[in-house]
Design a binder for this molecule. Structure first.
Ligand SMILES: Cc1cc2nc3c(=O)[nH]c(=O)nc-3n(C[C@H](O)[C@H](O)[C@H](O)COP(=O)(O)OP(=O)(O)OC[C@H]3O[C@@H](n4cnc5c(N)ncnc54)[C@H](O)[C@@H]3O)c2cc1C
Length: 155
């Protein structure tokens, strides 16, 4: 009797998606967990930030990506802890047990310890942040229209 191993993959970015695609569905049952329910295609964040394309063009629902893989279950959750003795992970929707755990969490913006940078810069690691930059640019153009002449020149 072939009992499938349970794999938990945390992170539906490039790494997590590639792995889940390649794991043999006869050998593994997979739970893909991400704090977002969609994959974000990061190389096109710049185009979203500069209003060239819409966020929906770079957002791919994970359930749609894996709709044909019956051994893959998607869970929208934020992972907060790992208990490697019990083989469980903790999330905001409860604990999950695994045989194998893969962490594919990506990375955070590094401010190299500069608190001023972290306070005063706009980061670009998520679609939400791309939209924030877009709104900031558009708002700045709006401000120019109503600015006094000398302020307008400064912009
Ligand atoms: C603006 C920009 C442009 C880029 N352009 C290029 C390019 O042109 N060419 C290129 O090769 N690379 C490019 N990159 C880099 C490339 O996008 C990354 O190297 C790649 O996305 C990393 O993949 P990943 O799977 O490791 O992480 P990510 O794609 O970041 O995925 C990590 C996933 O983990 C999830 N996650 C994180 N923490 C938790 C948690 N606690 N609980 C649950 N889920 C969690 C996140 O929601 C995310 O979905 C670019 C990156 C950026 C930001």
């Amino acid at each position: 009797m072939n009992i499938k191993k349970k794999v938990i993959v945390v992170g539906g970015g490039f790494a997590g998606i590639q792995l889940v695609r390649k794991l043999d569905d006869k050998l593994f049952d997979i739970i893909l967990i991400d704090k977002l329910n969609h994959h974000q295609f990061q190389p096109l964040f710049y185009q979203v930030a500069t209003s060239q394309i819409e966020p929906s063009s770079i957002s791919f629902p994970l359930r749609h990506v894996f709709r044909n893989k019956k051994n893959v279950m998607i869970r929208l959750a934020k992972v907060s802890g790992i208990n490697s003795t019990e083989n469980t992970i903790s999330t905001n929707i409860g604990d999950f047990k695994y045989d194998y755990l893969v962490l594919a969490l990506g990375c955070k913006t590094n401010f190299f310890g500069n608190a001023e940078l972290s306070k005063n810069t706009l980061t670009l690691k998520t679609t939400y942040e791309a939209i924030r930059i877009r709104n900031h640019i558009l708002q700045t153009f709006e401000n120019i229209i109503t600015a006094k002449e000398e302020e307008g020149k400064a912009c």
